[in-house]
Design a protein around this ligand. Structure first.
Ligand SMILES: O=C(O)CCC(=O)C(=O)O
Ligand SMILES: [Fe+2]
Length: 387
C-alpha cells in the first residue's frame, strides 16, 4: 500500500477466527458481525466509534503473530539520539557522525532532536492529522482509491487488497514531490497549507541527514553524487496514520512487521507509544520523545550502502484507551531511478555486490504478489547475505 514493503504473516483467516473468542459477545457485536464486511471497508476509526467491545474476526491474528509473547522485551527503549546541533558544530560533527553511523548499522533507527523544525509546524501537523480523521466518514471516503500512484489516497489496514488479516489502522497518503496540493483534501481547511509546510521541513531535514549518512559512509561526496541528484529531484510520500483505541489490542496490530522502501523515513509520532523495532531478535518499544523525529533506514539505503546500513523490521501496536497518530515521510530518489549499490563500493578489488539493482515497477510488482511470511522486498533483491 504505501511505499513500504509488505512482508509478514498476514495469514490464514480460518485459524485466526477460532482463536478470537476472548470475552463475551454482546448484542451490538452480533449486529456488527452480521454487517461486518461493509463496516470493515469503512475503516477502524468507524469501527472504534461504533463502540464495539470485541474485535471482529477479520482483525484477529493467529496466536504466533500477535503482539505479546516471547519476542517482546519488557522495557521501552531509547533509540540512539542524534542532536542535530552537534552535526552543525564543526568541533562535534565527527562524533555525531559516529553515533549516526553506529545507529544505522545496528538498530537501523535513531531519534533526532534539536532538528530546527519549528515546534508550531510539528504541533500543527499532528493537530490537522487528528482533525482529518475526525471528519465525517463521507468526507474522508472521497479520497478512497486503489491507485497506489494517486496524489491522495485514503484507506485502511496495511495492504487492503491483499491482507488476509486486517490491521487496526486508517491512513491518508499524500504525494509530496509534485505540485499536486490542489488534489489534497480541502478539509480540514488548513490541511493543504500545514501539510505542505510540514513536507518542506521534512524534506530539508532528510537532506541534512542524508548528507551526514553519506559522509559517514565515505560515499557520494563528489560532483554528480547521489546528494546532487536528490537536490534536483526526489520522491516524497507522506502517510498520516490513525490508530484508534482498539477493544482487544493484544489480538491485533496497527501495522504488521515491515521495512520501508526508500532511503530514509522520518516519523513524527504523538505522545502515545506504539512503534516497535526488531533488534537482536526481539521487539523493542520506542519511547516517544516529544517534538523529536524517529528516523529509519529504508530498503534503498540498505541497497545503496551494499548492506552496511540496515533497513530493519518494525511494527505498530495499538492499545485500548488512547488513539495514536503518526506521520511517516518516505524520502528517496525519483521513482524511475534504478537503485543499486554505490559504484564506489564495487570498484575492482572492492567488495562483492550484495543486492540486485531495483526500480519502482519491480517494487509494485512485488507488492501485488507478496503474501509470503517473513519475506521482505529487500530479501527478494539480495544476492548474498549482507555484512
Ligand atoms: O506509526 C508509526 O509509528 C510507524 C509507521 C510506519 O512504520 C509506516 O508508516 O511505515
Ligand atoms: Fe514503516
Amino acid at each position: 500500500m504505501s511505499l513500504v514493503a509488505a512482508p509478514m504473516a498476514i495469514v490464514d483467516l480460518g485459524s485466526s477466527a477460532q482463536q478470537s473468542a476472548a470475552g463475551d459477545c454482546c448484542k451490538e457485536d452480533e449486529e456488527l458481525s452480521s454487517n461486518s464486511s461493509s463496516l470493515i471497508m469503512k475503516g477502524v476509526r468507524h469501527l472504534s466509534d461504533s463502540g464495539i467491545t470485541m474485535l471482529p474476526d477479520s482483525y484477529v491474528l493467529p496466536a504466533h503473530d500477535r503482539p505479546g509473547g516471547l519476542l517482546v522485551a519488557n522495557s521501552r527503549v531509547k533509540l540512539p539520539v542524534i542532536d542535530l546541533a552537534t552535526l552543525h558544530d564543526p568541533s562535534r560533527r565527527a562524533a555525531a557522525l559516529e553515533t549516526l553511523d553506529a545507529a544505522c548499522r545496528s538498530y537501523g533507527f535513531f531519534q533526532v532532536v534539536n532538528h530546527g523544525v519549528d515546534g508550531d509546524v510539528i504541533a500543527g501537523m499532528l493537530d490537522v492529522a487528528r482533525r482529518f480523521f475526525e471528519l465525517p466518514l463521507a468526507e474522508r471516503a472521497r479520497y478512497m482509491s486503489s491507485d497506489v500512484r494517486a496524489a491522495v489516497r485514503y484507506g485502511t489496514s496495511f495492504n487492503q487488497a491483499k491482507d488476509a488479516v486486517l490491521c487496526w489502522r486508517d491512513f491518508l497518503k499524500l504525494v509530496c514531490h509534485e505540485p499536486l496540493q490542489e488534489a489534497w483534501p480541502q478539509e480540514p481547511a488548513e490541511l493543504r497549507e500545514v501539510a505542505s509546510t510540514y513536507a518542506a521541513a521534512s524534506h530539508g531535514l532528510f537532506m541534512e541527514i542524508m548528507e551526514a549518512a553519506l559522509q559517514a559512509l565515505h560515499l557520494g561526496g563528489g560532483n554528480g553524487g547521489i546528494l546532487e541528484e536528490l537536490a534536483v529531484g526526489s520522491s516524497h510520500m507522506m502517510t498520516i496514520n490513525c490508530y484508534p483505541a482498539c477493544p482487544q489490542p493484544e489480538l491485533t496490530l496497527g501495522m504488521p512487521p515491515h521495512s520501508d522502501y526508500g532511503l530514509f523515513s522520518l516519523v513524527l509520532q504523538d505522545h502515545v507509544e506504539g512503534l516497535q523495532v526488531m533488534h537482536d531478535a526481539r521487539w523493542l518499544t520506542v519511547d516517544p520523545i516529544p517534538g523529536s523525529f524517529v528516523v529509519n533506514v529504508g530498503d534503498h539505503l540498505e541497497i545503496y550502502s551494499n548492506g552496511r546500513y540496515k533497513s530493519v523490521l518494525h511494527r505498530v501496536r495499538v492499545n485500548s484507551t488512547r488513539p495514536r497518530i503518526s506521520v511517516a515521510s518516505f524520502h528517496s530518489l525519483p521513482a524511475e531511478r534504478v537503485v543499486g549499490p554505490a559504484p564506489e563500493l564495487l570498484v575492482a578489488g572492492g567488495e562483492p555486490r550484495r543486492y540486485m539493482d531495483t526500480d519502482f515497477a519491480t517494487f509494485l510488482a512485488y507488492l501485488a504478489s507478496a503474501d509470503g511470511k517473513d519475506k521482505t522486498f529487500l530479501h527478494s533483491r539480495m544476492l548474498q547475505q549482507p555484512l
